[in-house]
Design a binder for this molecule. Sequence first.
Ligand SMILES: *[C@@H]1O[C@H](CO)[C@@H](O)[C@H](O)[C@H]1NC(C)=O
Ligand SMILES: *[C@@H]1O[C@H](CO)[C@@H](O)[C@H](O)[C@H]1NC(C)=O
Length: 333
Amino acid sequence: MNFLFCFVLSAVFACGCAGPFKALLYSDWITCDHDKTLDMGVSETQIFFYDFQNNFNLTYPIDNAVEGITTAYNLDITRKLVFFVPGYKSHINKNTEDILRQAFATIPNIYLIIVDHSIYTSSKGGKIASYERSVKYAYYIGRALGNFLAGLHAKGFPSNKIHCIGHSLGSQMLATTGSRYTEVTNEKIWRITALDPAGPCFSNSLIENQIRSGVAQYVEVYHCNAGGLGTTSVLADIDFFFNKKGTKQPSCHEGLIPAKGESDAAKCSHKACVRYYSMSVHLQNGFLAWACDNYDHYHDGKCAANEVTIAGYNNPGNATGVFYVSTEMYGIE
Ligand SMILES: *[C@@H]1O[C@H](CO)[C@@H](O)[C@H](O)[C@H]1NC(C)=O
Ligand SMILES: *[C@@H]1O[C@H](CO)[C@@H](O)[C@H](O)[C@H]1NC(C)=O
């Protein structure tokens, strides 16, 4: 059992009491509970399955989803499965899920699954209580998702065709999903993409609570609000830092009211990772990314001759280390 104590902001959570939100800290404490022995039930998690090519979709509660999908439907195991897990306070009808559906609707030979765990991770019960509750559920939801994917694998779906994408708290859940999948199948999920993994309650936590390299064949992390809502930690096979040090995105302004402005800007930067990644689905050469030892060197052009790879959906998956990306270079804020 390990508990971590974090401060909580009015709308934004920041752990470790450092970083750009220091001025906004409340005096309230939140408890970050990563206890894995509670056996918390998550059976009301919903699986939304989309086959855009055939204009077909299905929804099942998680425990019936493998049986449901494989019975109702003749799963084409040559297609890729894109499996999206959203963050705290999301649900199937939110903008993030819509951006994902739109991004993948025209991509051939894929299935899209979107997970809705909102019954355990909504804002019900107040801000502090609801984030505490969501963190407490993260392990159990992640594990159930691992069991679900292992169930699809048992029905013939290959590990090499499974691509998990998570945002924020959903990215952190995928650490457990990947490990659980391997426990059951002895194989690894092809790729895990973690979009601005949640920082609060995680970045100061034990590494086994966090998304990291090893939990899939290739794990990539995208940083857009590092030190705010997103983690600052370098965790994966490859870590991409977007625009200004991966902390703040160009279209995310702070406005005039200091505390609210800072909180809105953080949320905006945090979500920008979803937006950039969704755009990259249609960019064959993605956003180019440069290996560099730090942001200032990248910014000063000192890393221009370093290794270049593609950030985004078309990342070939053969580069490792820390890379920097400018979306402004493409006129994208
Ligand atoms: C899912 O399918 C139903 C018909 O079964 C359709 O009305 C609905 O628009 C579909 N939803 C999406 C997001 O494709
Ligand atoms: C990575 O893979 C891409 C696409 O297959 C290839 O063009 C590139 O040369 C590879 N890079 C390295 C460093 O192997």
